[in-house]
Design a binder for this molecule. Sequence first.
Ligand code: HAX
Length: 459
Amino acid sequence: MQAFRNLAARAPKATAKSVSSRCASTLKEVLAAQIPEKQASLLKLKKEHGDVGLGMVTIDQVIGGSRGIKTMMWETSNLDPEEGIRFRGLTIPDCQKKLPGYQKGGEPTPEALIWLLLTSEVPTKEQADMLTADLHARSKLPAHIEPLIRSFPKDMHPMTQFAAAVAAMQTDSKFAVAYHTVNKKELWQHAYEDILNVFARLPEIAALIYRCRYADGQVKKDLSLDYSGNFCRMLGFTDPTFDELMRLYMVIHSDHEGGNASAHATHLVGSTLSDPYLSYAAGLCALAGPLHGLANQEVLGWILQLQAEFKKAGKPVNKDTIEEFTLATLNSGKVIPGYGHAVLRKTDPRYEAQRQFALKHLPDDPLFHIVSTVYEVVPGVLTKLGKVKNPWPNVDAHSGVLLCHYGFTQHDYYTVLFGVSRAMGALSQLFWDRALGLPLERPKSVTPEFLWSQATKAK
Ligand code: HAX
């Protein structure tokens, strides 16, 4: 036990440092200074403790989507079933307190979070602003992207457009070129360039998709603003409270440790040394599934359907009628979107952060009241089913209602916003995957016959 304590004391801490202790000041310089130490630490861990076991894998886990199997190293965030997400050791309220905002006391900016995720250090306001300027400077899209988006059929789902446009930007990949020309130890520098360019360009791609599908197709930038403020202007929103919502939205959707499908897909595809554009396009395809990111679209659809059906039938919206509607959804063989989670076992703190925003800025919004009543009813109904491991709401149960309040009503677009945000976590980790030279991911699959033979032997 003492030996374990000594070892743990020597391990690098997964918590954010409050100020950069290094004299290097740009993001790339801070990272370049961290890489040798982290490489050495990982090598030591592998060499001296590589044979330490992390637990048994059961047949149930193999058949059941690998739940709980510890099989991936992810350093940007960690998800505790009871407590929820921590980004580099910081909870969402910690981030709200410690990360610089656009204005003093405001929501943290995505730029500050990118800095934290990449470096594990809380940036100063000056560092966050420097990153804003860097991202703005990198934001010009390759010439073929805008015509490509304009050429998509109007009824192509926004997530399909988004994934296709991100993949099409791969023509600009510095990593893909460098793979053929530089020593593999230097590849991280090119991954860094691609990753920052993806962060910088996603908002305009997303805005173009939105404006072409639902508005006049025109996108107006305001590079005097931060990343989120400029994104809101490009989408066509000008309310400063909506800008604050967008900052919060992007921060809380950014990362959720490595096993979720979008992060895992990005990491898996990246492990083949496919470049960051293609890797993140794969992540977006995973995010587009209704059991994952598309749930935010499904939630609003479900609430609007509830509202419309009740109005038609002259029914009031209350706990009893919502329970009836919930049971009808379950009886038709569908899930209740926005509820349940593969890891969490409590109300998602990302839901709670959005609820606090609603209580402050839109306490009387009728849709917010429905969301709050659904929260009072659905956990009890799901618990009674006896099979649902987590009856509590996840991040997607709340986001649509906040967006709707500010006039952002096109719910089939919502997952694109999630996709702009999730890039920050998935690609920050991809940076470290390349900087640490992590290998091709290739788990072992087994046949049903093998599982039966093991089951028989164990009897
Ligand atoms: N409504 C109805 N049934 C549900 C349910 C829900 N919200 N959540 C779980 N269940 C059911 C499962 O479908 C499963 O049923 P079967 O045995 O008949 O297949 C059973 O309960 C056990 O599932 P579980 O172990 O509790 O949950 P999983 O880890 O398998 O799945 C999911 C986790 C998130 C996919 C699941 O809770 C779900 O489908 N929720 C609704 C969709 C949703 O909100 N997805 C977003 C999740 C968060 C996220 O990734 N955001 O991007």
